[in-house]
Every structure is written in C-alpha cells, then in structure tokens.
Design a protein around this ligand. Structure first.
Ligand code: FAD
Length: 370
C-alpha cells in the first residue's frame, strides 16, 4: 500500500457504507468511500428514520437478535456521532406504537410479536392496548383504531441529519469521501488486492473492497462472484407542514420529525427502478393518518416522495465475504438506519476477523443456495 492508496475501499456512501467507514476508521484503518451520482437511487435520502424493533425477525431469530443488539447500541453510537460531527441526530427512544384498524391484522401482528419475543427472551417486550384503552391513554386517537402494540424499545432519528453526521464523522476521522465517483468495474488481482475502474477511466488499487452501493451493488456484485440478488421495492412518504404542538405518539407510520413536520408512510410496491409518487398511494397514506389521528385532517401536506428500498431475496441483511475473491465483501440490508449502530461497531471486527469477530454466519449469502 502506498500513501495514496486506500487500504479499504467502500463503494457506496449511503448510511450503510458510511457507518461501516466510521467503525473501520475508529479501528485504525485507512478508508476511502467512493460514492456515485445525485440521481442514483438512494434510500438513505428518502427513509423514515425509524430505529425500530417491532416485527423485526419474528420469522428469523438471528435477525431478531441483531436488531435488539442494534437498538441497544444506538445511544452510544449517537453520542459518538455527536462528538465526531458536532451534530445531534435527535435520537428519541421513548417507545413506539403500531396502530391497527383491522382486527384480524392486529391479532396476526400480536402472534408475530409473541414469536419474536420467544427469539429474543427478555430483550424484546411489548404491550397490547385495545382501541378504548388507547383513546384513554392518548386523547384524540380515532374511533377506527381497534388496537395497538407498544414497545418501549422503539424510536427514531432525523434521517437527513443522521446522514450528514455520518459524512462529517468519516471526514473527522481522516477518511475520504469522493462523490460523483462511479465504480464501473471491480477485479480481483492475481497477487492479492483489487483494481477498481471508475467511470472516468481512473484505476484504484486497494487491499480490500466493500460493496455497499445499495441497488448499485447489483451490477458490481457478480464481478466479484457474489450470488445475492438485490431488488428494489418502492416506498412512498408524505410530510406535512410543521405542527405548533407536539404529536403525542410515535408510530411506525406516523412520526413527528424534531423540526415539527409529521412524516407519514410508507407504502410497498414492486415496480422496478421507478421511484415516482402515485396519487392513489398518497391518498391512502393521508387517509390512514387521519383514521389514526383525526386532528391531522386539518394539517397541510407539503411534500410527497418515493424512494427505493434495497431488498435481498428474503428481506434480511447480507454480510458476506466472496468465496472466490477473499477480501471482497458485500454488505446490504433493508433497515440501514436501525442497524447502523452495529455497522459502525461489530462489522470492523468481522472484517478484521479478529478475536472479537461476531458470528454473522446466519447472514451469509450461502443461505440462498439452500
Ligand atoms: C421509503 C423508505 C423508508 C425507510 N425507512 C427506514 C426506517 O425507518 N428505518 C430503517 O432502518 N431503514 C429504513 N429504510 C431503509 C434504509 O433507508 C436503507 O436500508 C438504507 O438507506 C440503505 O442504505 P445503503 O447505503 O445500503 O443504500 P443507499 O442509500 O441507496 O446508498 C447507496 C449509495 O451507493 C452509491 N452507488 C451506487 N452505485 C455505485 C457505483 N457503481 N459506484 C459508486 N457508488 C455507487 C449511490 O450513489 C448511493 O449513494 C427505508 C427505506 C425506504 C426506501
């Protein structure tokens, strides 16, 4: 490695790549992050900002545990980012609700949470409330709400400030972020290391390469013999004008950003790389919000947007090192905000394969061969 040569190159400067960069830099590695163009699909710019446990991993115990670990680690992570970047990401972990207007869906979700609790033991807990109990606890909840679950562990952050805090933290730690830098080709060298060819023809040599390019990883992953198929899933969101008062709850679909506006989300649609908004989805989102909390009917919606989730075939994270090209890693997940606290900590031990290396075998892409 020469002075100008990165030891570790991370392809993708979204929340996944940047969180991993923070952890690797804090473990003493020399890291560069290569990030694509503004008009790339970028989930990190369009998400809901939840640090959320309810429902996560109910049908896959290792993911339930991973999520519980991530939620536990968030306060320290947020303090670390604050120290490094000078930015407060407004972490609020006072607990959150899942609201239901359909009794069957409510019942089935409680069943899922019971299984999740079985996986996590006393690390995950929740309460159920009937519609009437809820309306006593939170005056103003709509009559269509038949019940809710509440977990004290759930929370949220300001998603755009979080992204900015990560960028600043990487720079504060001496890492380099090169934006507008598209990796076109990745090759494993015969004598070790990797050569990356950029869209402008520049060659970069690196000891290790970590693909965290979200949906952009699709093109690069098979050049390094990864097998995971990554697909987009569109989610649409609304944001309202700032409220004069505090919303009296946080839910997975309705949350007040620390700046005052209420974010309402999110839909799920399998429409390829199309991230445009649709009127019918916006109407459904607004109707849901008003069903849950009728006072929102008087609040103006300022903006709506669509963004593409980065989905693996089973929806769970992939932490994989290429069998054919050791030193090349593919890291991708759907809940990149929630898991960021672990990405910035235990993943550097895993990449170093040191004595503290976590067991991430359940998240290897080998599971797709079965
Ligand atoms: C609507 C919606 C709501 C969500 N809500 C939540 C939530 O509440 N909580 C939560 O935990 N998660 C949530 N998520 C998921 C979360 O946003 C993602 O898991 C996370 O943003 C993924 O980050 P990423 O870095 O993998 O990908 P991205 O943010 O997509 O970043 C990938 C980066 O790679 C770059 N890139 C691509 N190709 C190349 C290339 N060839 N060369 C160089 N760079 C390249 C791109 O420019 C981009 O900057 C939500 C997602 C969506 C869409």
């Amino acid at each position: 490695m020469t002075d100008n040569q990165p030891e570790i190159t991370i392809v993708g400067g979204g929340v996944v790549g940047l969180s991993i960069a923070v952890g690797l830099l804090q473990s003493g590695h020399k890291v560069i992050v290569l990030d694509g163009k503004d008009n790339d699909a970028r989930a990190s710019f369009g998400n809901f900002g939840l640090v959320w446990g309810q429902g996560k991993g109910w049908d896959f115990a290792p993911y339930a545990k991973l999520t519980a670990d991530a939620i536990d680690a968030w306060q320290n992570f947020s303090d670390n980012l604050n120290e490094l970047s000078g930015l407060d990401v407004s972490l609020d972990q006072k607990g959150g609700f899942e609201f239901f207007t359909d009794p069957e869906e409510f019942k089935s979700f409680i069943g899922m949470l019971e299984i999740q609790k079985g996986h996590s033991g006393n690390r995950f807990s929740y309460e159920t409330l009937s519609g009437d109990e809820l309306r006593k606890q939170i005056p103003g909840i709509g009559s269509k709400v038949v019940g809710a679950t509440f977990s004290q562990l759930d929370g949220h952050v300001n998603p755009l400030r979080f992204l900015r805090a990560l960028q600043r933290s990487v720079q504060a730690l001496g890492g380099k972020i090169r934006s507008n830098t598209i990796v076109k080709k990745t090759e494993s060298n015969k004598n070790g290391g990797f050569s990356l060819t950029l869209a402008n023809g520049t060659l970069i040599s690196t000891e290790k390469v970590i693909l965290c390019a979200g949906l952009g990883s699709m093109q690069l992953a098979n050049q390094l013999a990864f097998k995971t198929n990554i697909r987009p899933e569109k989610g649409e969101l609304l944001i309202t004008e700032k409220l004069g008062s505090e919303l009296p709850f946080l839910s997975s679909t309705i949350r007040q950003v620390d700046e005052g506006g209420v974010q309402i989300g999110g839909t799920n649609a399998d429409v390829g790389m199309n991230d445009s908004e649709t009127l019918s989805d916006m109407v459904d989102l607004a109707r849901h919000a008003v069903d849950v909390y009728p006072a929102l009917s008087n609040v103006r919606v300022l903006r709506a947007w669509g963004a593409l989730r980065v989905m693996t075939p089973d929806g769970y994270p992939v932490y994989a090192q290429s069998e054919e090209c050791p030193g090349a890693y593919l890291i991708t997940c759907h809940s990149g905000v929630t898991l960021a606290s672990l990405h910035a900590s235990i993943l550097s031990d895993w990449i170093d394969d040191n004595i503290k290396t976590p067991n991430l075998e359940a998240f290897d892409e080998a599971r797709f061969k079965i």
